[in-house]
Design a protein around this ligand. Sequence first.
Ligand SMILES: C[S@@+](CC[C@H](N)C(=O)[O-])C[C@H]1O[C@@H](n2cnc3c(N)ncnc32)[C@H](O)[C@@H]1O
Length: 217
Amino acid sequence: MSDESNGPAPGEDIVRWVYSSTSPAQLAARYDYWAANYELDTERDYGRNDPQMTLPLVQKFVPAGARILDAGVGTGLVGQLMAGAGYDDLIGIDISTEMMAEAEAKGVYRDLKRMVLGETLEFETDSFDAVTCVGVLTFGHAPASSLREFVRVTRPGGYVIYTVRPDVREQGGFIELEDELTEAGLWKLAEVTDEFPSLPKGLPESMLRVWAFEVMG
Ligand SMILES: C[S@@+](CC[C@H](N)C(=O)[O-])C[C@H]1O[C@@H](n2cnc3c(N)ncnc32)[C@H](O)[C@@H]1O
């Protein structure tokens, strides 16, 4: 047996435990539990690399000094990489307060707020030059409808850059929504990476791609 404050049952894989959450409240509680060990577990045991694979697309499309929303900020790994590359106007949001506390400790975010992706975000339309969302658009986490809010809060000419697994993209309604936004003239594809294994040590079958869309006027 496991519960949110005790962590996974003995021998149970923590990634599977977190990803098997059945409600947003449970997911937040499980990430809260994991926050202190999240980076060590994912980098040491799984070789997680998707933040590093996302940075080149940010650097290609988003100028330094841009105001960037890091959606599902987690412990701030993406912000830390972006700050190291000269991005100093970063805002983070997440469902887990303990994950955000780790991000806060990195000292690279101008502001951090608890918000839930899939709901209307508490930001004005056109507030950001770019949105990044790494490792968050997946089963049991943030739904495809999050993309609508990313487009709304990004100014025309800005970019929405996110990772998604090909199977999640197919089964989670992402393809339909991406196409709908393209056909409505709200964004256009700027670049997509090849598939890569994002957890090469622990779950080598878990593939990702990074997508970059330019938001249209
Ligand atoms: C795998 S971690 C990735 C964190 C960070 N983006 C990174 O690349 O290291 C996923 C994060 O998304 C957050 N999250 C999951 N579902 C969410 C939702 N619906 N709304 C906001 N945050 C969410 C979790 O709390 C967790 O911090």
